[in-house]
Design a protein around this ligand. Structure first.
Ligand code: PLI
Length: 456
């Protein structure tokens, strides 16, 4: 089997502890069968998220020491801005403390009540930030995105016909269109260059701006290079630059493809919007040359945005995700294919076909994987997305019951991937014996973070 080779050697290590089966049982019980409530030192391998969990390079750590902490006009801000301008081509660069702050700034400044914001698929925080403004977040993904049997290489694409149909009905209440690259909420699948171009053509024909949610732009660019004819000989930087060239701006969580533990930014061409955003930035984040970050963070992001463009890094990164995916599919474990850029998504509905959505098969998987081996994953199914009709009291369940195994960047080795696969395969072999959960505390909003459960 193709095994990706780490394009780095390890200079500093962080010990992790194997937790005994009894400790795991007690920890999970204390946490109400919700791994969000398990302390990190009771986790052996943490696949909860790839956000803010990357290992930085020595080049970035050196940048941390070089950070210019000047309140105004920091040299580190200049490095940050120049690197972002080089990749995106956008003139205006606004630092924020993370992605959702960028979203909040953009939407609270640009949207007015009753507006609608189409996207291929909004991430939770993007959707929440749109909705908080009294607006509607619309997901226009292609049908292949939810077809588990499809091997379409760009399942992250937006449905251009649906977009055109929507815009034809009028654009007065549509101030911008978003495109999430890669499409995290839909399996971490990439968006093709052809799709970005087609979306751009439609959006601009209606004189609207297009913004990328660019958290995982480099992973997206790598998939374009590998899967889309015509890009084989282009560099990642060239491909990324072309992706950004079809849009007018972006929001970015630097906690993903800028390979840092905190940070984010907005970048755009519209100077008028940028000036308005900076007014709000000063109120809630900070002066425009630091925006909620320390100078050292800006320096680390600037350097992370250089690191991430290295093709051998991206080959390993996406290769490691695919390596874990392949170990699982070879053993018959149902996972979403093709493999995405930052995570393997287990199809919990098929894995635990005997457990109905009302008993949370994804959450059962997450708990059992923790009990099995101390591995933390995250449910993306009925706990996260089921909602109750206020009038009839009836529950509506999402189409997919998934568990995301998000792989932090440059953190775990291939041995860890083997260990994870062995734990999941062992779970798969005894899946018939697993039982459902019932919810005993439901906080209502974003319940996956704090809900508590009990075994049935
Ligand atoms: O966590 P933030 O605020 O830096 O970024 C928010 C955010 C925006 N867009 C997308 C596509 C995301 O994936 C995203 C954050 N993702 C998290 C936390 C994750 O676990 O996937």
């Amino acid at each position: 089997m193709y095994e990706p080779i780490e394009p780095f050697k390890i200079k500093s290590v962080e010990p992790i502890r194997r937790i005994s089966a009894e400790e795991r049982r007690q920890a999970l019980e204390r946490a109400g069968y919700n791994v969000f409530l398990v302390p990190a030192d009771e986790i052996y391998i943490d696949l909860l998220t790839d956000s803010g969990t990357s290992a930085m390079s020595d080049y970035q750590w050196a940048g941390i020491m070089m950070g210019d902490e000047s309140y105004a006009g920091s040299v580190s801000f200049r490095h940050f801005r120049e690197q972002i301008q080089r990749i995106t081509g956008y003139d205006e660069v606004i630092p924020t403390h993370q992605g959702r702050a960028a979203e909040h700034l953009l939407f609270s400044t640009i949207l007015k009540k009753g507006d609608r914001v189409p996207s291929n698929t909004h991430f939770d925080t993007t959707r929440a930030n749109v909705e908080t403004c009294g607006c509607e977040a619309l997901d226009l993904q292609i049908p292949e995105a939810t077809d588990l049997s499809s091997r379409y290489p760009f399942k992250g694409n937006m449905d251009v016909a649906k977009l055109e149909q929507l815009l034809q009905q009028g654009t007065d209440n549509i101030p911008l269109v978003m495109l999430t690259v890669t499409n995290n909420s839909m399996g971490g699948h990439p968006v093709s260059m052809a799709n970005i171009r087609a979306v751009s053509e439609v959006v601009h024909r209606y004189n609207l701006p297009l913004f990328l949610d660019a958290c995982r732009f480099a992973e997206n660019a790598f998939f374009i290079k590998r899967r889309e004819p015509g890009f084989e000989n282009k560099s990642i930087e060239q491909i990324a630059h072309e992706m950004f060239s079809y849009a007018d701006g972006c929001t970015m969580s630097a906690k993903k493809d800028a390979l840092v533990n905190i940070g984010g930014f907005l970048a755009m061409n519209n100077k008028d919007w940028a000036d308005r955003l900076r007014q709000s930035l000063i109120l809630i984040e900070g002066f425009p040359t630091y925006g909620g970050l320390a100078g050292r963070d800006l320096e680390a992001i600037a350097r992370g945005l250089e690191d991430v463009l290295h093709e051998d890094y991206l080959e390993f990164r996406t290769g490691q995700v695919a390596f874990l995916g392949k170990l699982l599919t070879d053993a018959g474990v149902p996972v979403i294919q093709p493999f995405g850029g930052h995570a393997v998504y287990v199809d919990a509905k098929t894995f635990l076909a005997h457990i109905p959505p009302s008993q949370f098969p994804g959450q059962v998987f997450v708990c059992e994987l923790y009990l099995e081996a101390g591995i933390r994953s995250v449910e993306i199914g009925s706990v996260m997305f089921a909602h109750q009709d206020k009038q009839t009291g009836e529950w509506h369940y999402p189409e997919l019951e998934l568990v995301r195994l998000a792989i932090p960047r440059r953190v775990y080795t291939n041995s860890h991937m083997r260990f994870i696969s062995e734990a999941i395969i062992s779970l798969y072999q005894r899946r018939q014996s697993l039982k459902g959960l019932k919810i005993v505390y439901d906080p209502g909003v974003l319940r996956h973070f704090t809900a508590r459960f009990e075994p049935r």
